[in-house]
Design a protein around this ligand. Structure first.
Ligand SMILES: [Zn+2]
Length: 356
């Protein structure tokens, strides 16, 4: 099939083409089967691949929505990979890589290649991701941290505490208490959309809010973190803050679409899931609340999703402004609808100029 025919099949969401090729979207890093129901990408961002293996080798991950691997089950390599993933998922006590070797008859090197090729992660990463998924679900649903640990199938809570800072941004107990005991340094700067207050922990930016003036901004910050220790940014941290402000202003002018600043995202497991998803929506695009809920595998949670967007503490960097109502209405925005409209307009203009 020629590229043009494949693009037409994608536009028709042609089920008949599902086992003939997959397409990748370079802006999201995901590959799909032609019939995928997700929002259709811009032609410029699409690449075609004869097999999922080739898409994986190009560094793309399989789409969670259309699950392209499941449609290539007849491929013996894909069948083996899926068998190993299901095996891991089904174990109450998570197996190590050695158990995968034993099951498949492949050595560690071959397993590594297999997982990297299709999932772009190592077998160890896959096992870890299953573990984290269990921990996050358990933390949200359980009444105590200890319950969560046992629900996640872990023998002791030590492993959870060691892993927590990297994965959740705070220890499980802090996570439940709204970030008590945090040290946050803050500074105020000017943007085309008005003054902003930026707050940061030693891990990165945890707070970015627009406001009317300095007093209002400081009052908002204190209200947001009543339990945290707040202090003005030190002279030592000032150069980093200046660089963030410069990047933010270039971004708000449409000159710097991707804004890769260090973030320290904190919230409930569901909020973190929503906010991470928001960060994957390409610059210049918008999705509806319903589409966003479907994309995080929670199609009935539209209202909870809208509430998580409204509770976003990191304006622009966690782009909640890219979610609008299904009828095209802009919906709500924590920092005022005019700012939401301005952000969407700048992105559309910059994207149109780039695509021209
Ligand atoms: Zn898809």
């Amino acid at each position: 099939m020629r590229d043009e025919e494949m693009w037409q099949a994608v536009q028709r969401r042609d089920h008949g083409a599902d086992r003939r090729f997959v397409y990748g979207v370079v802006t999201t890093g995901v590959y799909c089967r032609p019939s995928c129901a997700a929002r259709q990408p811009l032609r410029d961002n699409v690449r075609f691949f004869a097999t999922p293996a080739q898409a994986g080798e190009a560094g793309l991950r399989p789409c969670k929505r259309c699950r392209p691997l499941e449609h290539w089950q007849n491929d013996p390599e894909v069948a083996l990979l899926l068998d190993l993933c299901r095996f891991v998922d089904a174990q109450a006590e998570l197996p190590g890589v050695a158990a995968l070797s034993e099951r498949s008859g492949k050595d560690a090197f071959q397993l590594n290649r297999l997982f990297q090729r299709y999932l772009t992660i190592t077998p160890g990463d896959y096992i870890e991701s299953v573990r984290l998924r269990r921990i996050k679900h358990a933390l949200r649903d359980s009444t105590s941290v200890t319950d969560a640990v046992y629900d996640a199938g872990l023998g002791s809570s030590r492993g959870l505490y060691e892993r927590a800072p990297r994965s959740l941004g705070m220890t499980p107990r802090q996570y439940r208490r709204g970030g008590e005991g945090l040290d946050i340094s803050y500074a105020i700067g000017d943007t085309p959309l008005g003054p902003v207050c930026i707050g940061a922990t030693d891990r990165g930016i945890c707070y970015l809010q627009f406001g009317e003036d300095r007093e209002a901004l400081l009052a908002q910050l204190a209200a947001e973190y009543p339990q945290a220790r707040l202090a003005p940014m030190t002279a030592q941290a000032q150069p980093a803050f200046d660089a963030w402000m410069q990047a933010l202003n270039a971004h708000l002018d449409g000159r710097q679409p991707s804004l890769d600043l260090p973030l320290d995202i904190r919230g409930t497991a569901f909020q973190v899931r929503v906010w991470n998803y928001l960060r994957s929506i390409p610059y210049g695009e918008v999705v509806s609340y319903g589409e966003a809920a479907a994309a995080i595998d929670a199609p009935r949670a539209t209202r909870a999703l809208a509430s998580a967007c409204a509770k976003n503490r990191i304006a622009v960097l966690v782009p909640c402004h890219r979610v609008i109502r299904g009828d095209g209405d802009l919906g709500g925005y924590r920092w005022g609808i005019p700012r939401k409209r301005a952000l969407i307009d700048v992105e559309r203009r910059a994207t149109r100029q780039r695509d021209r």
